[in-house]
Design a protein around this ligand. Structure first.
Ligand code: NAP
Length: 553
C-alpha cells in the first residue's frame, strides 16, 4: 500500500524530510527540484509509514487504496518518475538534514529582530526559518486585516486542500517571538527608514501584486479584465469585490494557458452548487449562478508541447470539467507527440490527445483549449465582442467571439518605494535575497525571483534569504535597532490605530468559519470595516499575557 502524491502538491518538501527512507524525489538538494511540477513517491521504496501524510501541509498524500477515481492516474505518475525495478528495495538512509541557518550569535543589546513585509507564503516561510533560532523576534506587517496573501486571495476556492497550508501558517504565527501587525501598510503608515531604525533587518516578501499587461488595441473596452483580478474577485479580496464582471454572454476568451488561466476557466464552467460549498465570495457566487457562459476558450500563442499549465492541474481539470480541442488542435497534439522527447511533456500531450472534439454540440459549460494563436486586437465598439488573433508566425487572422476577455499572461512585481527595481524582470535586484545597494534590506518570494513556482517553492527561496541575513548579522553588518520593542509598538499604534494583532485575526477567522455554517469552510468578510468589527470582538489579553508582553517590551 504505497503512498501517492496527488494534484495539490505544493512542493515545499516537508514530506521529503519526514520520510525515513528517502523515497520522495526530487528532493530540495537534487537538480530539478526548483522546476518540478510535483514531487513523487517511489512505490518500491515506500515503507507505508505515513510520516509524509502528517508532514504535508496541503493534504496531497494518501495511501493508494484511499484515492478516488480521479486520483488513480497519480499512482502511475508517481511510479513513472522512477526506473522500473524488480522486488522491494532495502530502505535507504535518511536524507541529509536541510541546510540550517548559521546559528545566530548572541549580541549584547537584545535579540535579532526582523521586520517582514507581507504575510503570504514567502513571508511565513521566512518567519518560520528565522524562528527556528532561540530568541529571534519577527514582526510581520500586512496591509490587509487578514494574512496569507495569495493563499487567501489567489488560490481558487475549489482548491480547498491547497488552502489547508494556512493551518501551517497559523502554527508559525503562534510561535514565541512572532508578532502580527495586520492592516498596516509599509510605505503608507510606516516608511522603510522607520522599519529599519526599529529592526536589525527588513525583509520584503510582498509578491507580485499586479499583472503583466497585454499591449494590444481594445484592452480598455468594458468586458476586459485580467485573470488575476477575476481570481481576487472570486476570492472576495476587498479591493476587487466590486469588479464589474458581466457573465451575460455565452463566450469567454482567456489569453495565456498557465495554471491561473485554468483556474478561471474551471471556475467559470463549474456548477455553482459545487462552488457554494467552498469559500467563494457571495457576490461572485451570485454572479456565477446567473452566468450564461457556455464555453471558455483558453488561447495559447505556442503549440501544445509548450503549454504553461502543469500536468497535475491538467489532470485535475480534465477529471472534473468537459475540456475539448478542435480537429486542427488535435492534429497539433499528434504532431508534438511524434517529436517530443521529454517525458513530462509527453504525459501532458497524452492527456490532451484523449480530449473530446469541439465539433460536438455544447452540453454543460465547457473549456476549449486552442493553440498557435497570437492576440492581435480585442474586438468591439462599446464593449468586448471577441479577440482577433493571428495564427502565430503568419498574417492569417482568426476571430473568436466573446463577451468577456481575460488576459492571463503572468503576474508582475511592483516597484517598492525606496528600493531599486528592475523594470525588465519586475523584481528587486538582489544577490541571494540581499537587496543590491541596500544593506540590511532583503527580499524573498516573487519580488525576489519573479512570479513562478508553487506555494512551497517559497520555502527554500525564503530559507536562502534568511541564511544570508543571519550571516550578515553574525558578521556585524546589521545595526542594532534604536529604542526597545515598545517604541515600535507605540509608533505603529500612533500611525494606524486600527492595527489588527494575532488575536484580532483569530477573531476574524472564527467569525468567518462560523458564518460559513456546516456546509462551507468559511464565509469571508469582503469589506475591511466588517473585518475590523470582527477583530474588535477579540478577547482582551489576560493579566498574565500583559505581564509577559510588558517584560518583553
Ligand atoms: P504562467 O504560468 O507564466 O503562464 C503565462 C501564460 O501567458 C503562458 O501561456 C504564456 O505563453 C502566456 N503569455 C505571456 N505573454 C503573452 C503574450 N504577450 N501574448 C500571449 N500569451 C502570453 O503564469 P500564471 O498562469 O499567471 O502562473 C504564475 C505561476 O503561479 C506559475 O508558476 C503557476 O504554475 C503558478 N500557479 C500554480 C497554481 C497551482 O499549482 N495550482 C495555480 C495558479 C498559479 P508563453 O509560454 O508562450 O510565453
Amino acid at each position: 500500500m504505497p503512498h501517492v502524491i496527488t494534484q495539490s502538491c505544493c512542493s515545499d518538501g516537508s514530506c521529503v524530510y519526514a520520510c525515513p527512507v528517502n523515497c520522495i524525489h526530487p528532493s530540495p538538494d537534487e537538480p530539478g527540484f526548483a522546476t518540478a511540477e510535483m514531487l513523487h513517491i517511489d512505490p518500491v521504496a515506500c515503507v507505508d509509514c505515513g510520516a509524509c501524510v502528517t508532514a504535508c501541509p496541503v493534504g496531497a498524500i494518501s495511501p493508494d487504496t484511499k484515492l478516488d477515481d480521479g486520483q488513480q492516474v497519480f499512482v502511475e505518475l508517481n511510479a513513472a518518475f522512477y526506473p522500473k525495478r524488480e522486488g522491494k528495495l532495502p530502505p535507504t538512509s535518511k536524507l541529509a538534514p536541510v541546510a540550517e541557518a548559521p546559528a545566530v550569535r548572541p549580541r549584547t543589546g537584545g535579540p535579532l529582530v526582523v521586520a517582514v513585509v507581507g504575510s503570504g507564503p514567502a513571508a511565513m516561510y521566512a518567519a518560520d526559518e528565522l524562528l527556528t533560532q532561540e530568541g529571534v523576534r519577527v514582526n510581520v506587517f500586512e496591509k490587509l486585516p487578514t494574512p496569507y496573501g495569495l493563499v487567501r486571495a489567489g488560490v481558487a476556492p475549489d482548491h480547498q486542500s491547497t488552502k489547508r497550508v494556512t493551518g501551517l501558517f497559523d502554527r508559525i504565527a503562534r510561535q514565541r517571538g512572532f508578532t502580527f501587525y495586520l492592516n498596516v501598510e509599509v510605505g503608507h503608515h510606516l516608511s522603510l527608514a522607520e522599519l529599519a531604525e526599529h529592526h536589525h533587518a527588513v525583509l520584503y516578501a510582498v509578491g507580485a501584486p499586479t499583472d503583466r499587461r497585454l499591449d494590444v488595441e481594445g484592452m480598455e473596452l468594458p468586458g476586459t479584465h485580467t485573470a488575476t483580478e477575476m481570481v481576487a474577485w472570486i476570492n472576495g479580496h476587498p479591493d476587487y469585490v466590486d469588479l464589474p464582471v458581466d457573465l451575460s454572454a455565452e463566450g469567454v476568451v482567456v489569453i495565456g494557458n498557465g495554471n491561473v488561466a485554468l483556474d478561471v476557466a474551471r471556475i467559470l464552467t463549474t456548477d455553482p452548487d459545487a462552488l457554494a460549498r467552498t469559500d467563494v465570495s457571495d457576490r461572485a457566487l451570485e454572479a456565477l449562478r446567473d452566468s450564461r457562459v457556455r464555453e471558455v476558450v483558453v488561447a495559447a500563442r505556442r503549440g501544445p508541447a509548450a503549454s504553461a499549465f502543469t500536468l497535475p492541474e491538467l489532470i485535475g481539470l480534465t477529471t472534473t470539467q468537459e475540456v475539448v480541442l478542435s480537429a486542427e488542435d488535435h492534429e497539433l497534439v499528434r504532431r508534438d507527440l511524434s517529436t517530443e522527447g521529454d517525458a513530462l511533456t509527453r504525459n501532458k500531450l497524452e492527456v490532451l490527445a484523449k480530449l473530446g472534439d469541439s465539433a460536438a454540440p455544447i452540453g454543460r459549460p465547457r473549456i476549449r483549449l486552442v493553440y498557435g494563436l497570437t492576440p492581435k486586437r480585442v474586438l468591439g465598439q462599446d464593449r468586448v465582442a471577441g479577440v482577433a488573433f493571428t495564427v502565430t508566425g503568419t498574417d492569417e487572422v482568426r476571430e473568436v467571439g466573446a463577451g468577456m476577455v481575460l488576459t492571463s499572461i503572468g503576474y508582475r512585481g511592483k516597484p517598492i518605494r525606496d528600493l531599486p527595481f528592475d523594470e525588465d524582470t519586475a523584481v528587486v535586484p538582489n544577490d541571494g535575497g540581499r537587496v543590491v545597494g541596500r544593506p540590511g534590506v532583503y527580499v524573498a518570494g516573487w519580488i525576489k525571483r519573479g512570479p513562478t513556482g508553487f506555494i512551497g517553492t517559497n520555502k527554500s527561496c525564503a530559507a536562502e534569504t534568511v541564511h544570508n541575513l543571519v550571516a550578515d548579522y553574525n558578521a556585524g553588518l546589521l545595526a542594532d535597532p534604536i529604542g526597545r520593542a515598545s517604541a515600535m509598538e507605540k509608533l505603529v499604534r500612533a500611525r494606524q490605530p486600527d492595527v489588527v494583532d494575532a488575536a484580532g485575526w483569530r477573531a476574524i477567522d472564527h467569525a468567518e468559519i462560523g458564518r460559513g455554517g456546516p456546509d462551507r469552510p468559511r464565509d469571508k468578510f469582503t469589506e475591511v470595516s466588517d473585518m475590523l468589527a470582527a477583530a474588535a470582538t477579540a478577547p482582551a489579553p489576560s493579566l498574565g499575557q500583559r505581564l509577559l508582553s510588558g517584560l518583553r517590551l
